[in-house]
Design a protein around this ligand. Structure first.
Ligand code: ATP
Length: 364
């Protein structure tokens, strides 16, 4: 079973630095997602692992052995691409059994692999159809089955479902994760879609401008991100810039915002000092809205209200001159002042970034 180790990987295309200082271990049987905005280096990273491009710096090891000098056809992996590249003149079955056929697997064994794969991806009924006769989802399932039929233990998925409709994507991402886990594969899945990464992966690597920003489980990255970039990129967030006016204790600080608005918040890791500029970040579901005046709250007015289904999304204009979004099950009249209390366990306080909040949050 493959463990993939990347040691200080760098890749330049002429003057363009696509990757720098990538240190990462993808464990045996782990499902790892590489998530980042367009142009952050996801494809280049995959291409370095597969050998499609040569690395400029560093070392890649698979199961402890360097892959330097090993050409792409000798590196053991199976791959699924965004642009489904099925053989158009072959049926689903023939596409799936292509790799075993090329590898001279005896006919009986080949048929066994074929029917096992058809069953795994639930395409038995469509086995004699040609790619043009299949839906987008069924085509991509065929591509996954064709990759799995190689019997490789390292599966690389490059935006495998990005081109499909939302509902098909949701069904397929569960199906792919289940297959990977049932077969005990190591999977590297690249995507720009944070919801997709969260739903398939054991761990997610956040990549930005060729560098790793943060690595963690979906829960860690959502609930306790270590950076403002992750807080913004994974899930939705509100950001309020303020100043620490008082350090009450090791556990509590007072923070003031524009127009004399203030809050008591958790002092923690890192510890803040009086006078420090900070950014308070919180998820739309981590605040409580009340029409009645409540302590330790911010004042605002509802400027937008959308019924989403299980909850209502409010757009709120705060007295701090910030606009925030909040989700609540409560149906609140939009007229007059409202009071917003942050959940102290869930609100995150970050040091204000040197180059400004906007620059840190930008996805470019
Ligand atoms: P996307 O999600 O849009 O596919 P990505 O995260 O996969 O983007 P890459 O395609 O890896 O990003 O590109 C990373 C950087 O390297 C970009 O600045 C890109 O322009 C540059 N780059 C990638 N391939 C080449 C190449 N062959 N020649 C020159 N520059 C390249």
């Amino acid at each position: 079973m493959p463990t993939v180790t990347l040691r200080n990987i760098g890749k330049k295309f002429g003057r363009v630095v696509a990757l720098t200082g990538i240190d990462l271990e993808i464990k045996d049987a782990e499902y790892l997602a590489i998530l980042g905005p367009s142009g952050c280096g996801k494809t280049t990273l995959i291409n370095c692992i597969t050998g499609i491009v040569d690395i400029s710096e560093g070392k890649i090891e698979i199961d402890g052995k360097s892959v330097e000098g090993i050409p792409i056809e000798k590196r053991d992996f199976a791959m699924v691409f965004q642009n489904i590249a099925l053989f158009p003149h072959m049926t689903v079955s023939e596409n799936i059994s292509y790799a075993p056929y090329v590898n001279d697997i005896p006919h009986v064994e080949l048929k066994k692999i074929e029917s096992e794969m058809l069953k795994l991806v639930d395409l038995l009924e469509q086995k004699d159809l040609y790619p043009r006769e299949l839906s987008g989802g069924a085509q991509q399932k065929t591509a996954v089955a064709r990759a799995l039929a190689t019997r490789e233990k390292l599966l690389i998925l490059d935006e495998p479902i990005s081109a499909l409709d939302y509902k098909v994507r949701v069904t397929l991402r569960y199906a792919i994760r289940k297959l990977v886990k049932d077969l005990g594969l190591t999977a590297i899945h690249i995507t720009h879609d944070q919801e997709e990464a969260m739903s398939v992966a054991d761990r997610i690597v956040i990549l930005r401008a060729g560098e790793i920003v943060e690595i963690g489980t979906p829960q860690q990255l959502y609930s306790s991100p270590q950076t403002l970039f992750t807080m913004n990129f994974v899930g939705e967030s509100n950001f309020l810039e303020g100043v620490v006016t008082e350090v009450v204790s090791d556990h509590e600080v007072h923070v003031s915002f524009r127009n004399n608005q203030s809050l008591g918040l958790k002092n923690g890791d890192p510890h803040f000092e009086e006078g420090e500029s900070i950014v308070v970040a919180f998820r739309p579901e981590n605040a409580f809205i009340s029409k009645k005046s409540i302590g330790n709250s911010l004042i605002g007015e509802i400027t937008g209200k959308q019924f989403i289904g299980g909850y209502i999304r409010y757009t709120i204009s705060l007295r701090t001159e910030d606009e925030i979004i909040l989700d609540s099950r409560l149906d609140i009249e939009p007229h007059g002042n409202i009071f917003i209390q942050l959940n102290p366990q869930e609100a995150r306080v970050f040091r204000a970034p040197t180059y400004g909040l906007k620059k840190v949050l930008t996805l470019e």
